[in-house]
Ligand binder design. Sequence first.
Ligand SMILES: Nc1ncnc2c1ncn2[C@@H]1O[C@H](COP(=O)(O)OP(=O)(O)OP(=O)(O)O)[C@@H](O)[C@H]1O
Length: 619
Amino acid sequence: MHPVSSKRRGLTHLVEAHSKQKGFFNRAFAVIRPELDRLDVARFAAAFACVVLGAALTALGPVALKLLIDTLSGGAPTHMLALDPLTLLALYVGAQGASRVASEMRMFLFGASEQSITRKLSRKLFAHAMALPLRFHLARATGAVAQTLENGIQGYRLVMQHAVFTLLPGLIEILIMSLVVALVLDPVFLAVFAACAVLYIFVFADGARKVLRASRSVSAARIDANAQLADGLLNFEAVKSFTGEAAVTRRYDDTLKIAQSRWRDFYRARFVNGIAIAFIFSGGLAATLWLGLARVQSGAMSVGDFVLVNAYMLQIVRPLELLGLGVRDIGQGAAFIERMLDLLDEKPESGAGASVPAIGPQEGPARITFEHVTFSYHEGRRVLTDLSFEIAPGSMTALVGSSGGGKSSVVRLIMRFYDPDAGRILFDGVPIAEIPPTELRKWIALVPQDTSLFNDSLAYNIGFPEYDGVQDDIARAASLANLDGLIDKLPDGFDTIVGERGLKLSGGEKQRVAIARASLKQPRLFIADEATSSLDSRTEAEIVDNLAIAARGVTTLVIAHRLSTIVKADDIIVLDQGRIVERGRHGDLLARGGLYASLWRAQTDDAAHGPDRARGTGA
Ligand SMILES: Nc1ncnc2c1ncn2[C@@H]1O[C@H](COP(=O)(O)OP(=O)(O)OP(=O)(O)O)[C@@H](O)[C@H]1O
């Protein structure tokens, strides 16, 4: 390749990399800017003042020492300040002490604002994760999302810490030292300092690039490892029952091994960098002292000057090293932040977290209309095809059919967890695509197929999300869902902690908590997706009766495999492979002798042979 063109490409590459980095820092700053309040800014400003003061004192301390030595060694006072030794000693000690105090103040002020920003940033990230659509969460591992957020926060802390503690003081110290050297000493020392500084910059720039690359890999590996960790912990019941402890530990260790090797690359990059710096430092120190020695011997320099140049050479390493460390660790922080910024770029659901004006009628039982709705989760695999039906206000409609037929998907579309590929869904005549999801969901109470509870008290879980001030309502809802017997038995009653995802409760108890929660909502549409599938027949019958009373006047959509629970429905829609194959009342459908009749027959036959076999025959 032509050398000039390759050079040009190199330049273009550099310019591109620079503008990319600029874009990154703008994006990263845009995330925290709205979170900074006046107090944060004031604390930062005060920390900044301490940094400037501390750095100036650190740089000027050796000057006082030089003056003291010159005075003590009887050398002609070449300086303008003819101060007595005690004053000079006090100045030197004072500069050292004050610089330490400024450093402590800086840490105190910075720590307070860092924690405030970290809290606000964590809250913002969590709120964002909560506002992301269900589609996002179903496609991601919980542990990976958690680690991405954790890495991001750590990244911000690294960047903030180094901006305040390393980059800034480093720059100020170098500036002041260069000024003093230029004013007081032979310019040759400035040249040595400058040569060392240039070499440092090259070595650090190279190191920072390598460390950044290694940090990216570390960040990705940490996320993968945490995804495995959370997956194992969440599935511990399956792990135990299938004695899979060793298998999941191995699976987790495989990701840990990758993370370990990425960390090794990271530390190797840092090590190589550190060794190069040590060589430059030793070379610079040797050159300075050799030049200083010759000048002291020839009388061109005082002993104080020699001490000053030595102190600066030792001291200049620190700010330069700090600068390098700062750049390197900011690179690491940036790599950690990158993934989090990608997550923040994920679009939240429209209207999520915001208060949006509601559209359409505000009360009364809902009318739900499906108009030629077609839907697939992934291209090429259609789940619902040309679905058209209407659920009349105040009616009870049942959705039945074989497993995987698309019943829960109908519910997800009504909730706007997903949008249809074609056709539309209307809520009281208003297309739900025009209703903000958060508004729409306020009108609907859903008892989902899989109930997973918060690791909190029974009362919290029933009253979720508005726990405070509804104690009586919670007790009433618990009683409606036949939970009072259980609560009486528990030593802590409503305050009993239900365990992670409600694991300390039985499947049926969890379902009843979900029913109680939904019944508190006073919705316009009540949806029960297999809400009583884990209950024994008698409890189920009692709850169904209670629900019928509670849902009187509310439009109700019930998905059920156990057909005995929906014989009284006003309308039964039979779905098969995403299409409506039959529709009518229980008696009509039986008389028709189609899919519904055969499902019914299978269940009643099973029931005749034993009640437990009657469960889930739709599967
Ligand atoms: N998040 C998803 N991503 C991809 N495919 C999905 C997703 N959820 C469900 N499916 C698929 O969509 C189809 C319909 O699922 P759906 O849960 O709506 O059926 P269902 O009638 O409620 O089944 P069941 O009675 O077993 O609960 C199934 O083939 C299922 O594998």
